[in-house]
Design a protein around this ligand. Sequence first.
Ligand SMILES: *Cc1c(COP(=O)(O)O)cnc(C)c1O
Length: 355
Amino acid sequence: MNQMIERVKTSSQKEKPSVDALGFGKYFSDYMFTMDYETEKGWHSPKITPYEPLVLDPSAMVFHYGQAVFEGLKAYRTDDGKALLFRPLKNIKRLNLSCERMSIPTLDEDLVMDAIHQLVELEKDWIPNGEGTSLYIRPFIIATEPYLGVRPSHSYKFMVILSPVGAYYSGQLNPVKIYVEDYYVRAVPGGVGHVKTSGNYAASLKAQNNAEELGFEQVLWLDAKEKKYIEEVGSMNIFFKINGEVITPKLNGSILSGITRDSVIELLKHWDVPVREERISLEDIFKAHANGDLEEVFGSGTAAVISPVGELKWGNESITVNDNKIGQLSFQIYDTITKIQLGRADDPFNWTFEV
Ligand SMILES: *Cc1c(COP(=O)(O)O)cnc(C)c1O
């Protein structure tokens, strides 16, 4: 179903990095997808071209007022050499939700799906082979109009770039140490925390750096109003297993609606494990720990899938979760989702999409 996506062939292909050198987001494949928008023409000129630098006017609005949105998903190589995407339509729908909030014109979902499909198919050889590796797909949109007035741009560029990435875990799933941030906030009610817009990440760096300097890997964000309720951790959603039940903060307009989060909830329901979405105070978590009821804590996101939490520090108090070891349910969720992503387990939910 080639929807008139123009192709420009590259004259030279890059050498592919070795699996050990990959890391995250350092290497980019040979091709990218681009499409432009102008008010009069709408979205037009979808193209797959060689990956190359952009030429932008210094007054391009994205540099000044931050109209930029993005997505992140992965293509996985199966044992028999197929390429699978994980719930890609969810990312496309979320991209449009981000566009809407940031006054960026939305995209045709079928065309974006086709663009990602064609690009990944063309670049299939860039999906690395090592255990735990994948091809990270980064769709994004920037405001390109050369203008310094404050209003939505009249022109945009949508792009998709691909980056082969290494395994998030080199062996065991290591639990992370989390610092509860009680001064800075990530998102406010009525703000943009529920969408993937660039400024959210710029605003989070300072707290993240502070936490790292204190010897913690991630920040746990609290609600902006009362600094009592749990939002998310770093750029992952968070789950708590208390006395056999799993709870996660309810989507409240300032929490990002993670696709991994949604998958975890669906999986737990499928397994008949009680799971609830609700407002959770940090105090209740510390109380549950004091009562011996806090069994597991884990983050969820595309990068790590599941990231067990081993320690939480809040002011002068610090708690250790499950002896700083990965919990049984956390591991079971991780194992099941990664096996579905790799085509190694049944996919009763139809989550995978073969390229
Ligand atoms: C992307 C993101 C997540 C995780 O979303 P997934 O779709 O599961 O990858 C969680 N929180 C924030 C702030 C994010 O940007």
